[in-house]
Design a protein around this ligand. Sequence first.
Ligand code: ATP
Length: 449
Amino acid sequence: MPATATPDVLEKLVSLCKRRGFIFQSSEIYGGTGSVWDYGPLGVELKKNLKDRWWHAMVRARDDIEGLDAAILMHPRVWEASGHVATFTDPLVDCKNCKKRFRADDPKIKGTPGTPDAQCPVCGMKGTLSEPRMFNLMFKTYMGPVEDSASIVYLRPETAQGIYVNFLNVQQSTRQKVPFGIAQIGKAFRNEITPGNFIFRTREFEQMEMQFFVEPGTDDEHFAYWKEQRMRWHHAIGLSPDRLRYKAHEQLAHYARAAFDIEFDFGGTLGFQEIEGIHNRTDFDLGRHQEYSGKKLEYFDQPRNKRYVPFVIETSVGADRVTLAALVNAYREEEVAGEEEGRTVLGLHPSIAPIKAAVFALTKKEGQPEMAHRIANELRPQFPVDYDETGSIGKRYRRQDEVGTPFCITVDSDSTRDGTVTVRDRDTLKQDRIAADALSGYLRERLQG
Ligand code: ATP
């Protein structure tokens, strides 16, 4: 993927995320686990806010989509039916010299792997790259006490199959009529050959997937609808429209009739990369599960006395990848008029910011800390708020800017006399003087998604 003119902020973000408690390397005290990450106090809030906004838009705000939380471990036949056992593979090559492994289609490899002119992108040796061999990306484990081939189960590489096998359970229990959808958020695992770029590509990640079941023949119009809806969602969570684009798949997967990615410009050498896929999967999945399970997965359209296997329009977005997009999109460094030191700001959309407001007392005198504590305690049941009394007020503002807190509330000497406080806006730096009693309504109005 070609580099874009947007600056590369990834390295700075990785350090900010660790320093401020967004994201830590997994098992760091043991030297870390390759490409596995833990979400700290602020990161878990950010990712949860994104998942909540997705769940709200896809499930709660609609009457034609139902929620589901299927198990990670599924019957092994599921993955035969889905095609993952046979085809969820990437071509892998090894360097016989430096022992590094690559995807055979890695653009850094010069020449054809397996031939004398192919050059290893790490050690630079020629003729040391093996012929490509296919490598299945599913993690295997054993169910029960016996580790034999009969007890192999897989960690799911996508959440979608849990939806397909529950299609009739959900349809019949909710009495939904086609067209309708099923949505779920959950972990997925892929033994990626080349994970990396922070939380962009990891071996354990979360997906937010929705499968919309439609009558064959109406699939094109539903596909067009979801393609547009999903782009709107990315705008609504604050990703800049000029960093988002659609990309049509040049090669369609065996099951797909149409497929588009929504790409986000991560900047630097990463450039535009997929954050979400929208696929017309036809009746492939339900058809295969019918075949492999021997159970009918047909919808009965009662008024028309017609039975059919619905087509599926899928929308599939990575919660971690969209968290990274939100962080990259929000990161900026600014000069501040009249100050030597600039500021780092995470301009996160207020609805996804981990802390909504910070409360400060200007001085430790005149009952100011008491009043500030009172305000923080009153707001806390409604919004995540932070109370901070250390350092100069300027330093406290900078600390909140850096983690994306949209509002800072300061109690000063006037506050204890007349009950008003200042509210500073993270982006405009404008300060409003308002009654402390009115804070809850003031914030609520400005924090909505
Ligand atoms: P890629 O081409 O990047 O490997 P994919 O086309 O295999 O992705 P899908 O199977 O369509 O991805 O998965 C849907 C979404 O899940 C992706 O758009 C991405 O946001 C997320 N995703 C997939 N693999 C990973 C991963 N290894 N780490 C983090 N997120 C992932």
